[in-house]
Design a protein around this ligand. Structure first.
Ligand SMILES: Cc1ncc(COP(=O)(O)O)c(C=O)c1O
Length: 467
């Protein structure tokens, strides 16, 4: 394979292996992975990479992801592209030792623990470490309950009954009466988003997403073949006048009114009421992603689910244990009307049969103490937010940002080209994500998403290096 002139797409996909890196835009992560193979001489000088479409299919990504990755490699001087003969590897002299570009490769290696650590400060992810409650719950798993499941085959396609009950109770307590059979347990809310995208959207459908918005959702709907239209998110949340103008022509709306990633904005109660009214009036299927809802920074508590429009079933809710408890549990869920749950359960079963039982047991136990966990998260995040605000006021008074109502990050307007800023920071060992990663239109170039939950000295160092 290494010496092959033409590199086969399936073989290359196998070689690349687990190339996705959390919170690194897909094209960038793919470019890093290919760069690594070139630097290691696995892909030799002159080897022809597969056509974009073939590699995209083999990796399960959109063609534009591969096109952007190839373009990035060309910009790094590791690929030449010629009309008719495709893209060929260019190792160049000293490819392995060169300072600037190969930082990226080594950075990725560092994140896999395979090489010396060059990424000093990774602020590319807003995901939080676990609460200590999680460790306690793991060590206190009820073995008698486990025995019951062990005597069974362990495949609960829609989720462990106890977890479905606890999640349903949470929705009911928050004002949305819910029965356990209206809940499907998924592998994180990421899988929930992908299941909705692949099962509820047909190629060519117009899907409304937030601008800026959650990049995992943008990628999921794009991969499903949707035509994406961005609805602006302003300082007070989703632009509802804009939504009202475009909703009639859309097949689906994906939004996060409770707490929005990446801006941290919560739509006020009147706005949530109006949003639901617009969805109902235009009959647009709406996905309310409540993944960040538990991470509340202000005094107004967890925002309740969107009110149900007159036509029940029009709003599908997505949730997760990742933010409140720990992403490593990989437990999320979908709340919908029964026929939709049945359909999505079939789609999930086709993918991975069912979610892991022990993780669900731990999550069910912990969700009975969700209020305690929320208070703990809020207390810590507020302290970090205050520290981060002080750092920015001191080091970057020219950067603009709106205090978030929830979440783990600041959506900062640098007033300059933040993509270039993030690129230069990368070379100094600081990973941050610039605005276009969160934009369906590749816009938001002056923005950076800055997670603020790390120790203040790390945050300050990163901000300094971003200068
Ligand atoms: C809005 C939103 N939805 C979904 C997810 C996926 O999270 P998980 O799969 O860990 O539940 C995230 C993670 O950052 C998110 O911010």
């Amino acid at each position: 394979m290494a010496r092959a002139e033409h590199v086969d797409s399936a073989a290359l996909a196998r070689l690349i292996g687990g190339w996705r890196a959390e919170d690194v835009p897909l094209p960038h992560a793919l470019a890093d992975a290919l760069h690594e193979l070139i630097a290691g001489n696995v892909l030799v000088e002159g080897a022809a990479l597969p056509p974009q479409r073939a590699l995209a299919a083999a990796l399960g990504v959109s063609r534009s992801t591969v096109a952007e990755a190839y373009a990035e490699l060309a910009a790094r001087g590791r690929l030449t592209s010629r009309q008719g003969s495709g893209s060929r590897v260019r190792r160049g002299r000293g490819a392995r030792a060169s300072a600037g570009g190969d930082h990226v490769v080594e950075g990725r290696l560092a994140s896999f623990g395979r090489a010396r650590r060059l990424v000093e400060l990774d602020l590319s992810s807003g995901a939080l470490p676990a609460l200590s409650l999680v460790r306690d719950a793991v060590s206190a798993v009820d073995l008698r309950e486990l025995d019951v499941y062990l005597a069974d085959d362990g495949y609960y396609a829609a989720g462990l009954p106890r977890l479905r009950t606890v999640v349903a109770e949470q929705y009911s307590t928050q004002g949305l009466p819910t029965e356990p059979d209206q809940i499907l347990v998924t592998s994180g809310s990421q899988q929930a988003v992908w299941l909705c995208a692949s099962s509820l959207v047909a190629p060519g459908d117009e899907v409304l997403v937030e601008e800026p918005g959650y990049r995992g959702a943008i990628e999921a709907f794009r991969t499903a073949g949707a035509r994406l239209t961005g609805v602006p998110v302003r300082e007070d949340g989703l632009d509802l006048d804009h939504l009202d103008r475009v909703a009639h022509r859309a097949a689906l709306l994906y939004c996060q009114p409770a707490a929005h990633n990446p801006t941290g904005i919560s739509l006020p109660a009147a706005g949530r009421e109006r949003l639901s009214g617009i969805a109902g009036r235009h009959g647009v299927l709406t996905i309310e992603d409540r993944s960040c809802a538990d991470l509340v920074l202000d005094d107004r508590g967890v925002r309740p689910p969107l009110p149900e429009p007159a036509n029940p079933g029009l709003v599908i809710r997505i949730g997760t244990a990742s933010k409140l408890l720990w992403g490593g549990l990989r437990v999320g869920w979908i709340r919908a009307e029964r026929p939709v749950i049945t359909r999505l359960t079939q789609a999930k079963a086709a993918l991975d049969l069912a979610a892991p039982v022990i993780d669900q047991m731990v999550t069910a136990e912990l969700l009975t103490r969700a209020d305690l966990a929320r208070r703990e998260r809020t207390r810590r995040l507020r302290a970090h937010l205050a520290d981060a605000a002080a750092v920015l006021a001191g080091l970057r008074p020219e950067w603009r940002w709106t205090p978030p109502h929830g979440g783990t990050a600041l959506w900062v307007d640098t007033g300059t080209d933040a993509v270039a800023l993030a690129g230069r920071a990368r070379e100094k060992g600081v990973l941050v994500t610039a605005g276009p990663a969160f934009s369906p239109a590749n816009a938001q170039r002056s923005r950076l998403r800055l997670p603020f939950w790390r120790p203040v000295d790390q945050f300050a160092q990163a901000v300094e290096l971003l200068g």
